[in-house]
Design a protein around this ligand. Structure first.
Ligand SMILES: [Zn+2]
Length: 372
C-alpha cells in the first residue's frame, strides 16, 4: 500500500466517524425527554423537631425523616430520567407553604412528604399513607392537626394560610378543582407505597387515607404524605431510627415511585405512540375524519364557570358533565397532532396532567380507537 492510499483510508474513517457522531447526536436530541421531577419533602426541621417519640427514647422526627428522605433521593438519583428536588437537605426549618412553593416552582410531577407518627398509647404502631382530603375520622384529624400545628410558630400564619386554624376540626381545607384532578394519581402513588410497606416490609397496615394536611394543600400535582411509623412505639421507633429501618423504608418508597412513573409513562406511550409511517418524512398533520380531539385539563364534582380566570387565562373552555363529574376541555380539532400541541401548551400553563381525548359524534371514544 502506498502513502496516498493510506491517507485516503484514514480520511474515510474520519468521515464515517463524523457521520456516526452526528447520528448519535441527532438521536440524543430526539430522545432527550423532560425529566420526571420528584419533590422529596422531609417533614419538620430546624426549630421544629416534629414528634419526639417515646419518653424513653431521644428521637427527633426531623432527623429520622431527613435520613429517609435523603436515602430515597439518592436511590432516585441513579435514574437519569428522574430529577430529585428536596425541600430541605439539612436541619433547617421550612414553612409549610414554602414547601408547596418549591414544588410549584420546580413544576414537579410528584410530591412526597415523609413523616413519623406519634401516639399517647405506645402500643399503637404501623405505617400509613395520606392524600389530601377531608378528615374521615377523629384520628385522621389528630394526625393532620399534629403535622399542621407547626404553622402556629410562623408569623402571620392566618394570613398565609387563609385564616386556617389547625386546631379546628371544622377548618376547611380548600380542595381546589385542580387538586381533585390529581386525586386519582395521588391515590395511585399512595397505594403503591402502602403496598410496599405492607407486602414487602410487613409493616402493620394503617392503610391509605385522606386528611387535611396543609403541606399538601399548596401542591398542585399528585401528592402524598407518608407516616412511616410510630416513634412512640419502642420497637417501631428503634426500627425507624436504625440504618436498616431507614434504608428499607426508603427503598419501599423509591420502588413505589419508580413503579408509579412506569405506570404513568406507559399510559402516555399508549396515547402518543404513532403508527409506523411508510413515508420517511414526518407528518405535519394527522387528520381523523369525524373525530374531535380535545384536551381535558380538569375534572371535578364542582361546577365551575368556564371563564378564563378559572383556567389560568385559557379561553373557550368547554364543560361537559359525565356522570357525577364536570369535565373541562380546551380546544377542538380533528388533527391529532394539533391536539398534542395544544396539550403541550396547556401543560406549560400549569395543567401538568392534561391529556388528549377523542369524541366521535359527541360520544367519548379512546384516542387509540380514534387513531385506528
Ligand atoms: Zn411529621
Amino acid at each position: 500500500m502506498n502513502k496516498t492510499l493510506l491517507k485516503k483510508i484514514a480520511k474515510r474513517k474520519l468521515a464515517i466517524l463524523l457521520i456516526v457522531f452526528f447520528f448519535s447526536l441527532q438521536n440524543t436530541i430526539i430522545f432527550a425527554q423532560e425529566k420526571f421531577k420528584v419533590v422529596i419533602d422531609a417533614g419538620h426541621g430546624g426549630t421544629d423537631p416534629g414528634n419526639l417519640g417515646h419518653k424513653s427514647s431521644k428521637y427527633q422526627e426531623k432527623d429520622i425523616v431527613l435520613k429517609i428522605a435523603l436515602a430515597v433521593g439518592k436511590l432516585l438519583d441513579a435514574d437519569k430520567n428522574i430529577e430529585v428536588i428536596y425541600t430541605r437537605k439539612d436541619d433547617t426549618y421550612i414553612e409549610l407553604h414554602e414547601r408547596g412553593t418549591i414544588a410549584q416552582n420546580s413544576k414537579a410531577d410528584l410530591f412526597v412528604s415523609i413523616h413519623c407518627d406519634a401516639f399517647g398509647n405506645a402500643n399503637v404502631h404501623g405505617a400509613g399513607t395520606f392524600v389530601l382530603g377531608l378528615h374521615e375520622n377523629d384520628r385522621n384529624f389528630e394526625i393532620a392537626k399534629k403535622e399542621n400545628s407547626v404553622i402556629l410558630m410562623e408569623d402571620n400564619y392566618k394570613e398565609k394560610y387563609d385564616g386556617f386554624d389547625p386546631n379546628s376540626p371544622e377548618a376547611v381545607i380548600g380542595l381546589t378543582m385542580m387538586q381533585e384532578e390529581y386525586l386519582d394519581q395521588s391515590l395511585m402513588i399512595a397505594s403503591l407505597i402502602q403496598n410496599n410497606f405492607v407486602k414487602t416490609l410487613k409493616r402493620k397496615d394503617r392503610s391509605v387515607k385522606q386528611a387535611g394536611f396543609l403541606v399538601l394543600r399548596n401542591t398542585f400535582m399528585p401528592s402524598v404524605l407518608v407516616e412511616t411509623g410510630f416513634l412512640t412505639n419502642t420497637k417501631e421507633g428503634s426500627y425507624l431510627n436504625s440504618k436498616k429501618g431507614q434504608e428499607e423504608i426508603a427503598d419501599a418508597i423509591y420502588k413505589a415511585i419508580k413503579l408509579y412513573k412506569k405506570q404513568v409513562d406507559d399510559n402516555i406511550v399508549v396515547e402518543i405512540k404513532p403508527k409506523p409511517e411508510p413515508k420517511p418524512t414526518k407528518p405535519k398533520t394527522r387528520i381523523v375524519k369525524g373525530v374531535d380531539f380535545k384536551v381535558q385539563i380538569a375534572s371535578g364534582t364542582k361546577k365551575l364557570k368556564t371563564a378564563p380566570y378559572n383556567f389560568k387565562g385559557l379561553k373557550g373552555i368547554e364543560r361537559i358533565k359525565i356522570g357525577a363529574h364536570h369535565k373541562y376541555y380546551f380546544g377542538k380539532t380533528s388533527d391529532y397532532l394539533k391536539a398534542k400541541e395544544m396539550q403541550k401548551m396547556v401543560k406549560e400553563k400549569g395543567f401538568t396532567s392534561a391529556f388528549v381525548v377523542a369524541f366521535k359524534k359527541d360520544k367519548k371514544i379512546s384516542v387509540k380507537e380514534a387513531l385506528k
